[in-house]
Ligand binder design. Structure first.
Ligand SMILES: NC(=O)c1ccc[n+]([C@@H]2O[C@H](COP(=O)([O-])OP(=O)(O)OC[C@H]3O[C@@H](n4cnc5c(N)ncnc54)[C@H](OP(=O)(O)O)[C@@H]3O)[C@@H](O)[C@H]2O)c1
Length: 323
């Protein structure tokens, strides 16, 4: 595993972070609790020291499984946890609530779920949906929580640059978490601004584009309404599916140059080399895939191969804009 400074926080984080959305057990393929816990145990063995979770990941279930494994292994003090606020899963639906009273309860639930008395990095999951006053209330509450010692650093997730600049007037912000993959490059400039101009720690989520860039989906199919392959990621159905396959084809060609290397290794290696990301959050429920994904940092992609993926990503973005 490689480690890097996380902005100006003084935290030294692994270049790969384990995301726990799938591990929460809702909106993705179903696996038993112990299989999902094993993925966390394996991440610890592989030297991953950064874990991303959220109360919205199956109403605290992901936080609880992570808390259980950290308690069982005694590793809490050696790892960095990011969790989030302002978003939740209630009766199977994602709900944004950024009110002070709710956030003060939500942090205490997260601490209990995670079996800890502090969170390392605490994100506002989404910009408050009710506008500026609601966003200000959320951020001032987060600042209050930070000052109380329950969290060490605050971050913004899924915010625009303008929203970030405003947020920074309400709270001390040290981190950004944004979507980034070869199929979603919209956040490059904000991540770049965060790292270079603001000295923030940056986390890129969804590097496998929800799994499609691993090459495991070769045909479009329909998923349930709350499955994230229909609800959150929009290229699992036509017409975008076939276009995404063009990017996968480029990864297939690169794989052939590397003796059939896994596409997941190629795309994670490409993502982890992006300078605007301190760390890359991948999700999996399986220990075997944690091992596979951690190998990706050893892959030696040539400059030309890196550029070939850049070009495929640009062509995809161009076609998507025209669609
Ligand atoms: N801030 C936010 O709003 C936000 C939004 C989305 C995600 N996130 C964070 O980012 C993390 C990662 O995002 P994500 O989970 O949505 O997407 P992702 O990491 O791009 O893809 C996850 C999917 O890829 C599959 N996968 C992983 N490794 C694989 C491999 N080697 N071979 C084949 N398939 C593989 C997983 O399936 P299996 O489980 O079956 O292995 C899973 O379905 C989340 O867990 C969460 O912590 C944050």
């Amino acid at each position: 595993m490689e480690y890097t400074e996380f902005g100006k926080t003084g935290l030294k984080v692994s270049r790969l972070c384990l995301g726990t959305w799938g591990i929460g057990g809702y909106g993705w393929d179903a696996n038993p609790d112990d299989v999902r816990k094993d993925a966390i145990r394996e991440a610890l063995r592989q030297g991953i020291n950064f874990f991303d979770t959220a109360p919205a990941y199956n109403a605290g279930a992901a936080e609880r499984l992570l808390g259980d494994v950290l308690a069982e292994t005694g590793e809490r003090k050696n790892v960095i946890i990011s969790t989030k606020c302002g978003n939740d899963l209630i009766d199977g639906q994602y709900v944004q609530i950024a009110k002070r009273d709710y956030l003060l309860k939500q942090i205490d639930r997260s601490l209990k779920n995670l079996r800890t008395d502090y969170i390392d990095v605490y994100f506002l999951h989404w910009p408050a949906k009710d506008g500026d006053a609601a966003e200000q209330e959320a951020l001032e509450t987060m600042e209050e929580i930070r000052r109380s010692g329950k969290v060490r650093f605050l971050g913004l997730s899924n915010h625009s640059r303008e929203q970030c600049e405003k947020a920074m007037t309400y709270a001390k912000i040290d981190a950004l978490q944004m979507q980034f993959s070869a199929l979603v490059e919209d956040n490059v400039s904000i991540l770049d601004w965060g790292v270079r101009d603001q000295g923030l720690g940056t986390m890129g989520y969804g590097p496998l584009a929800g799994g499609i860039l691993t090459g495991r989906y070769r045909e479009a199919r329909t998923y349930g309404k709350m499955d994230n392959r229909s609800r959150f990621y929009d290229y699992y159905q036509e017409p975008l599916f076939s276009r995404a396959m063009k990017v996968v084809k480029v990864l297939d060609e690169i794989s052939a140059n590397h003796g059939g290397a896994a596409l997941s290794d190629i795309i994670l290696c490409w993502t982890a080399r992006k300078r605007f990301l301190s760390t890359v959050i991948f999700g999996t429920q399986k220990a075997s895939r944690v091992i596979e994904n951690c190998r990706s940092l050893d892959l030696a992609l040539s400059e030309e191969e890196m550029r070939a993926i850049d070009r495929a990503a640009e062509a995809w973005a161009g076609e998507k804009k025209m669609a």
